[in-house]
Design a protein. Structure first.
Length: 254
């Protein structure tokens, strides 16, 4: 009889799959937690007001560092998703997972360029503005506005590709492969909401505050889903290890 938690494991390699799931689960949880911490340290930059944005950045000496930490945290979480997709046995789930991973990889590339560009440019402008004459400060404020306008589109594309499309597809994939149904459909709903929110802000920037997308959805709800997926992977790994060990123990006892 096949255990529910091991129904989606690849046949023939239960111990290897369990190990991959265990490592991947840890990566998913760790990446999500570190990403959330980095975003909390980042805060909500008032990008619509470049003068206030420079003052905001000047008051946060870790502003550049948290952007880099967020990139590496997203990369760690991606390692967890790779392990998840490798463990999928349902053909349709595997196809959806690979498509979601492709989107996630492109989104991570866009996010890396966008995040590090803003994370390096604004602190340098803020540092220069703190010691500039009034006329020079006005030029630096205009430069900060240009940075915000230049990175706004890529940041929305990153959110859509990094979290919107992948969660939409991976939610369905996990539901098909025997993970808890609530986990799968929660991922689908969160992914669809993230994709729609990013698209809406791209087409109509004043539609709603960007903090709802970047802060609430991207930095909290999405990361909670990743933590839940990581925990589910660890539970499936433990179930696989028990299923592998039971026949061995029965042979030894006999």
């Amino acid at each position: 009889m096949t255990l529910p938690h091991t129904a989606g494991l690849s046949a023939g390699q239960p111990s290897e799959t369990a190990r991959d799931l265990k490592i991947g689960g840890v990566c998913a949880v760790l990446g999500a937690v570190v990403f959330t911490m980095a975003r909390l340290l980042h805060g909500d930059t008032p990008a619509a007001d470049p003068r206030a944005a420079l003052d905001f950045v000047a008051s946060r000496p870790t502003y550049a560092a948290v952007h880099l930490i967020a990139v590496f945290a997203a990369l760690i979480a991606m390692a967890g998703l790779i392990s998840l997709i490798r463990s999928l046995a349902h053909p349709t789930a595997r196809l959806l997972g690979r498509a979601g991973l492709a989107s996630h990889a492109v989104g991570l590339a866009v996010f890396s360029v966008d995040s590090t560009s803003e994370g390096l440019a604004l602190p340098e402008l803020a540092e220069a503005a703190a010691h500039a004459a009034p006329g020079e400060r006005a030029e630096l404020v205009r430069a900060a506005h240009a940075v915000a306008m230049t990175t706004h589109g890529p940041s929305l594309a990153a959110m859509a590709l990094l979290y919107g499309v992948p969660l939409l597809l991976l939610g369905v994939a996990t539901a098909l492969d025997g993970y808890p149904a609530w986990l799968g459909w929660a991922g689908t709903v969160v992914g669809a909401a993230t994709l729609l929110a990013a698209t809406g802000l791209f087409l109509s920037p004043p539609l709603f505050p960007g903090a709802l997308l970047y802060g609430v959805l991207g930095s909290m709800i999405v990361q909670l889903w990743l933590v839940a997926v990581g925990v589910a992977m660890l539970r499936r790994a433990a179930a696989s290890a028990r299923a592998t060990a039971d026949p061995v123990q029965r042979r030894r006892s006999s």
